[in-house]
Design a protein around this ligand. Structure first.
Ligand code: HEM
Length: 394
């Protein structure tokens, strides 16, 4: 299936690319993410390093209520930054802050009613202010990316690739030197792929973590159980990826957060690239297909209490972690999320480290019941604006 891409993406890169270009970019990005340690120790160390910066920000609030959105976005954006550029940014860096902000505003606009209408009636384009802002933000973020890529080009050492961009530039150079001037390794695909990795990997992971912390504040008994498990199995040392198998309750809570939050309810719309017959239904080439992930993640015939936060969905009778086939927040098939193993590692390490260190509660004067689980509408379903208190446990 081809992804449906809106005119503001230009159809390049991994996320919204298609055909041979997408295939090559996806293969290359996956190989690189693996080379740079996706799901392995290298990236685990980068995540652990980032957790220290994040904890410092949370501690600076000294238990007073604050919005977790920004620090979580900066932390997860820095993980992508390490993979893509080979370095992280300071949370106070004004260019970094502006880039993260523009990306998050764009995801909100991309899911807005006016852009949905525009996708159906493109002639509305010139009259839509939100589309203008979207395009302006994309252009400004591309400008930032081009500047960073230029810096990496100037200091490129083919023997020592720092990240995805270096590998891409080396491949481009090698192909050009061998006389291949028409490869998929051109600047447009580089910038689109870098942008795709940031937009696909930041808001998704950051907002899942926001949901998780909010759910802990809303359900303090569940939070207590997570913290008891972390205390008894890990104690005060840094949680590691290998601890997951010994923390079935914590793992179940993370899975249940993803199931209930269902942050990409319609995944990414695709169109069929040829006529297909699927489960007896004939689907014509070019038909728009929405893989409705929520219909599976909250299917009444699959889940005991589909609309309730119930970590027991992922536990067997002995309290061991139980996999469920209907758990597919990363979608499935050829276009399955490219960053799944990275995201799973990030969610586990950030969540356990934060829960080990802090107790999360609603701000004074706000009850647990007041914490509203109605999502804010956007390209991803995020928690509605809220604040939490992170009270140090050490
Ligand atoms: C909780 C975190 C995440 C969730 C729930 C999530 C979910 C998804 C979903 C549902 C899709 C669409 C699949 C489809 O088209 O059917 C997708 C695609 C994608 N994701 Fe993720 N994702 C997450 C994190 C990440 C991260 C950290 C990265 C960064 C490496 C990433 C990179 C991508 C890319 C590049 C695609 C497009 C793949 C393609 O079309 O070939 N995602 N993701």
């Amino acid at each position: 299936m081809l992804p449906v891409f809106y005119d503001f993406t230009n159809g390049h890169g991994i996320l919204f690319g298609n055909g041979e270009s997408w295939k090559e970019m996806r293969r290359f990005a996956l190989a690189n993410l693996r080379d740079f340690g996706m799901g392995k120790k290298v990236i685990e160390d980068k995540i652990l390093e980032e957790i220290h910066y994040l904890i410092e920000v949370f501690e600076n609030h000294k238990g007073k209520a604050f919005d977790t959105t920004q620090p979580l976005s900066y932390a997860v954006s820095n993980i992508i930054s390490n993979i893509v550029y080979g370095s992280r940014f300071e949370y106070s860096d004004p260019k970094f802050k502006a880039t993260v902000k523009r990306a998050s505003v764009n995801l909100r606009i991309a899911g807005s009613v006016s852009i949905q209408l525009y996708n159906m009636f493109p002639w509305l384009g010139p009259w839509l202010k939100s589309r203008k802002l979207l395009l302006k933000n994309i252009e400004n973020n591309k400008k930032e990316m081009r500047e960073l890529v230029r810096g990496l080009k100037e200091t490129l050492n083919p023997q020592m690739c720092r990240g995805f961009v270096d590998s891409f530039l080396v491949r481009k150079q090698t192909l050009e030197e061998s006389g291949n001037k028409n490869s998929h390794y051109h600047d447009k695909n580089l910038i689109s792929s870098v942008g795709n990795l940031f937009s696909a990997g930041t808001d998704t992971t950051g907002n899942t973590l926001r949901w998780a912390l909010m759910l802990m504040a809303k359900y303090p008994l569940i939070q207590d159980r997570v913290q008891e498990e972390i205390s008894s199995i890990i104690g005060s040392r840094q949680p590691l990826a290998e601890d997951r198998m010994n923390l079935p309750y914590t793992d179940a809570v993370i899975h249940e957060t993803q199931r209930l939050a269902s942050i990409l309810p319609i995944a990414i719309p695709h169109t069929t690239s040829r006529d297909v017959t699927f489960q007896g239904y004939f689907i014509k080439k070019g038909t728009l297909v929405f893989p409705l992930l929520t219909s599976v993640l909250q299917d009444g015939s699959e889940w005991e209490s589909p609309h309730t936060f119930n970590p027991a969905h992922f536990l067997d009778e002995e309290g061991r972690f139980a996999k469920r086939d209907a758990f597919m927040p990363f979608s499935a098939g050829r276009r399955v999320c490219l960053g799944e193993s990275l995201a799973r590692m990030e969610l586990f390490l950030f969540f356990t480290s934060l829960l080990q260190r802090f107790h999360f509660s609603p701000p004074p004067g706000v009850t647990e019941d007041d914490l509203d689980l109605t999502p804010a509408v956007g390209f991803t379903l995020n928690p509605s604006p809220h604040q939490l208190c992170a009270v140090s446990r050490v």
